[in-house]
Design a protein around this ligand. Sequence first.
Ligand SMILES: [Ca+2]
Ligand SMILES: [Ca+2]
Length: 236
Amino acid sequence: MKNKLILIIALILFANCTALFGQLPEMALMPHKTHSQGNGTFAIKLQLLSNIYDLKSYSVTIQFDSTMIETHPDSISEGPLLGSTAAPTFFWAAFSPDSGTVYIDGAILGDGITTGDVGVLATMRFNFKDPVVHGESPMKFISVRARNANNVPLYYDTLNARVIICEYFLADANGDGTINVSDAVYIINYIFIGGPAPNPLLVGDANCDDNVNVSDAVYIINYIFIGGDPPCRVCY
Ligand SMILES: [Ca+2]
Ligand SMILES: [Ca+2]
């Protein structure tokens, strides 16, 4: 009987541990994918998507390709999550240009105060290099350290992001930097009434069959209006 009881307790503990380790809360860099032609600026948010623990303080290191994009400590600002407790907060950010590394620390000040909520911890604003460098930059966690009010370490699953910088977006037939119905119209005009061709021509090849014809216009319309497949690549 005693052995049976021990076995049952062990099974319950095992089940709970499996649930715990299988469902770590998530810390993410959002949005997961940023597409650009290298103009303007863009923001990446450091965000808790789920938080089953009470967070008191965190320290993260994030790395990206500094030959393609750059930031500055002044471009890194505190998000509202820790401030939502109404307690004073600590926030510190630094940037190492040579290694493309961002360091961010944050904490809630005051005894025993934590947040068990989800939301934005920090926002980082980036510039593209001038002249623009095309390609793909990872935006990834190098380390995450976090603690609760009892100084116990907290663990998170991390979700990295990517920044894709294109010279041309595939299916952006009119070259205005976005893909919408006017690109389908542009292709139809080119095919049927001698309008200008996409430049370069295969930018209009939304379905990637190496031809630009009416099926590409249909493909774009399906993608925009009825949830059809996106163009087969992001960049031309
Ligand atoms: Ca367009
Ligand atoms: Ca095609």
